[in-house]
Every structure is written in structure tokens, then in C-alpha cells.
Design a protein around this ligand. Sequence first.
Ligand code: ZN
Length: 266
Amino acid sequence: MKRTDLIPVLLLLPVLGFVAVQVVETRTITAPAQAGFVAPAVRSHAKRVARNEVENTGTVVDGNAVAANATDAAAARDVGDIRRRIVLGETGTYIGEILSERDSALARWPDRMVQPVRVWVGSSPAIPGWDPTYPESVRNAFDQWTSLGIPVRFTFVRDSTDADVHVSWIDHFDSPISGKTIWARDGKWWIVTGNITLALHHNEGELLDAKAVHAIALHEVGHLLGLDHTADTANIMTARVRVRDLSEADRATMKLLYSLPPGSVK
Ligand SMILES: [Zn+2]
């Protein structure tokens, strides 16, 4: 447990003009960041997400449709009103840190209560250290976030080809990271697809235990839903994960994010 401290790398890559991809890597702090190793992986994953965007046009249309159909579409971009709502709701949250990390823009999934986000969680019994309970542990991480009452539901699908979100496993990353989340958004900052990769071992070979894997899954699903990091290490979304469960601030920040329209509040 002593080596589950994590450091993030955030990169924002424009793709296809109207879609942006965000890569979040969860790093151990036992080795320095090696930017030279990160770039190839980022490009590789960015390409994969971009291809999903092209193939999975239904998801993109769905995201746009929600924004276009919103009866308060005009109010949704009333930046002054959104700022007031942030000020009213930000006590006990780290929404301010997210806004400063993301250049004053919020990203989140559109309302997916009727059409749940389809999540495929892979199994990798061939990887040494694999625990057959891990897929359920990951599903539990998704459910912990949605149990907060946000307007997003997840459904877990067997076929990866029609999934909106893929969760895959890796023995270890070649760079000193333990988890990675990539999501793509449309031009209105609605998140439309994502990929999570979780490692079973630290970069240097030490096995991550089941509690650490679950905590990293909670952290990565937080990213997938639109959260960024907070400095307070009592939260699951701190850059250096030290806790194993969602904190009150984690819960409050997620609820506030999903009470607001996405996009810039500059
Ligand atoms: Zn992170």
C-alpha cells in the first residue's frame, strides 16, 4: 500500500476539429515522470478514440442532440448564471481546482438515464496477479459514482464493439503509471466516449493489491465522468491517491458538476 501514490499527466489533444480527447495518466511517484515515454502511448490511444468517434456516430449524435433539445439551451450558455450557480454550490467541493486545471471549462456526459452508457469491462486471466473479482470491482467503482444520483446510468455489456466505454488491463505500463483514462468530447464539451486502462503491477514490478486496484478504478472512473484532480489527499481524486473510498468532497463535486451544463465559464 505504501507505493500506491500517484502522479497525473494531463494532455488535451484536438481531434477531427470538433472532438477533443483528454488523456489522464495515473503515475506512481516512485519514479520521475518520463515525458519521452508518454508521448507514444498518448498518440496510440488518441488514435483509437478518434477511430471510435468516426465509427460510433450514434454516440456523437446523441450527445449533440441532448444539447440541442434542451429547452433551456439559451440559459445553458448564460455564463453569468452558471458562475452564480458554481459560487452557490462550490463550498465543500473542488470544482474551482477543476476549472483552473481545465482552463475554466467543464466536461461531462449528457443525461444518459434513458440510454445508459454502455461499458465493456475486459478480463485478463493470462496476466500474472489477475484476480477474477476485478471486473466486479470495476463495475462497483462505476456504480459508486452513479449512486450519487447523477443523471448517468451505466450498463455493462459483453460485446466490446458497441460499448461507449472500454476498460482494459495491462500487466504494467512501460512508463511509471498505474492507470490511464482517455475520454473524448464533442464541441459542446459533452463527453461521448472513453477508455480506461488499469495495471496489475507497478511499473517496477510490484503487484497492486485488490484494494489499490479498486481505488485506482474509482479514481479513473471519476476522470471518465469529468472530474480532474484536487490537492486534498483525503479525496479519491487527489493526484496522489491515498484513500480507498469516495470522500464527501468527491461526492459533492460530482453532484455539482452534473447540476451544471458543460462548456466554458470564462
Ligand atoms: Zn488522475
